[in-house]
Design a protein around this ligand. Structure first.
Ligand code: C2O
Length: 340
């Protein structure tokens, strides 16, 4: 059976000391729950950060949209921190699966990881667009799979900007350090050019090994009533975790990016995930868009995400991003070399 959305009236305190164990949204019993009506907006093109950072007009829009989101009333469903809490709710056990008393809904470590985050970004991006009245607005992707994108994006580092977050590992985000896609809280002693080479090889291997077996890339099945197990994550999720760890503070609860409960409070989260989403799309294209799992327990897994309404969405409807009306600007894939 597929994973079903939670009963919103039953949100629990969570296991998130960094957030004082709270991240439930304000509950409104008369909230409408709708089957998501897919948009008919123009096709939005997501672009790479290291190329758009000099596009002043775009950058101004982006910052203005996030500023407005942060300035909304604290309990507004579009408020930046309400949106960030959605991530906490689905990662830190705020909801249990229907008909169970203790099986949490957890969107990591399984085959629902990529689809859930795809929808999450989609709603976030559309809300930003609405706030600046631009239905072509996109979040930029942090192109960490290419040399020029392997440092922390400087636009998130201007202190006066709404994209800034002080809770980061300053050793990594400040000085143009090269991101280590295998980072696990020990510094890689290799030279910059060596780390770049290791990263590209690692991405290449990840794709090469998993092209014929989607579980390896996406994560293992998780079905209704089953608890997730950490080892069930796919290889793309593993790379993604390293980037989270590399940005979060090195001690404490590793806020913000290094802890599920706080990760989305750092605006770089969405550009990081934008690239994760892009890697999934590249993977699909390399497989001739073959469906990853011909399994209704996957295709019919259903989530609730919110903008002004609670929106019901199914995995089977997000496999092709054009249905969500976005795509990615094509950029060179320096790691692709020997894959096909
Ligand atoms: Cu839900 Cu990058 O994590």
């Amino acid at each position: 059976k597929p994973i079903m959305p939670p009963d919103l009236s039953k949100c629990h305190d969570v296991t998130a000391p960094a957030l004082h164990n709270h991240c439930c949204p304000p509950y409104n019993p008369s909230q409408t729950i709708l089957e998501y009506d897919f948009p008919a907006t123009p096709l939005r093109v997501r672009r790479p950060l290291h190329l758009v950072k000099d596009d002043q007009e775009y950058m101004d829009k982006y910052k203005e949209a996030v500023r407005r989101m942060k300035n909304l009333p604290a309990d507004h469903p579009w408020n930046y921190y309400q949106q960030a809490n959605v991530h906490c709710q689905y990662c830190n056990y705020a909801y249990y699966q229907q008909n169970t008393d203790d099986v949490p809904i957890q969107v990591h470590n399984s085959w629902i990881f990529l689809p859930w985050h795809r929808y999450y970004l989609h709603f976030y991006e559309r809300i930003l667009g609405k706030l600046i009245d631009d239905d072509t607005f996109t979040i930029p992707f942090w192109n960490w799979d290419t040399k020029d994108g392997m440092t922390f994006p400087t636009i998130f580092q201007e202190q006066s900007s709404p994209l800034y977050d002080p809770k980061r590992d300053q050793r990594h985000v400040k000085n143009g350090a090269i991101v280590d896609l295998k980072y696990a809280y020990t510094e890689n002693p290799a030279s910059d050019s060596e780390i770049i080479r290791e990263n590209l090889c690692f991405i290449q291997k990840t794709f090469k090994h998993s092209l014929s077996l989607a579980e390896l890339f996406m994560g293992d099945p998780v079905r209704a009533g089953e608890k997730e197990i950490e080892e069930a994550h796919g290889q793309l999720e593993v790379i993604h975790n390293a980037v989270h760890r590399w940005i979060g503070e090195p001690d404490g609860y590793k806020e913000d990016m290094g802890d599920f409960s706080t990760a989305a409070r750092d605006p770089v989260f969405f550009s990081h995930h934008c690239n994760v989403d892009r890697m999934w799309e590249i993977y699909r294209n390399l497989r001739g868009n073959r469906i990853e799992f011909e399994d209704n327990d996957w295709l019919d897994s259903t989530f609730l995400l919110h903008d002004e309404n609670e929106q019901l969405v199914k995995i089977g409807d997000c496999l092709n991003p054009t249905k969500l009306r976005y795509t990615f600007e094509q950029v060179p894939l320096p790691w692709l070399g020997k894959i096909n």
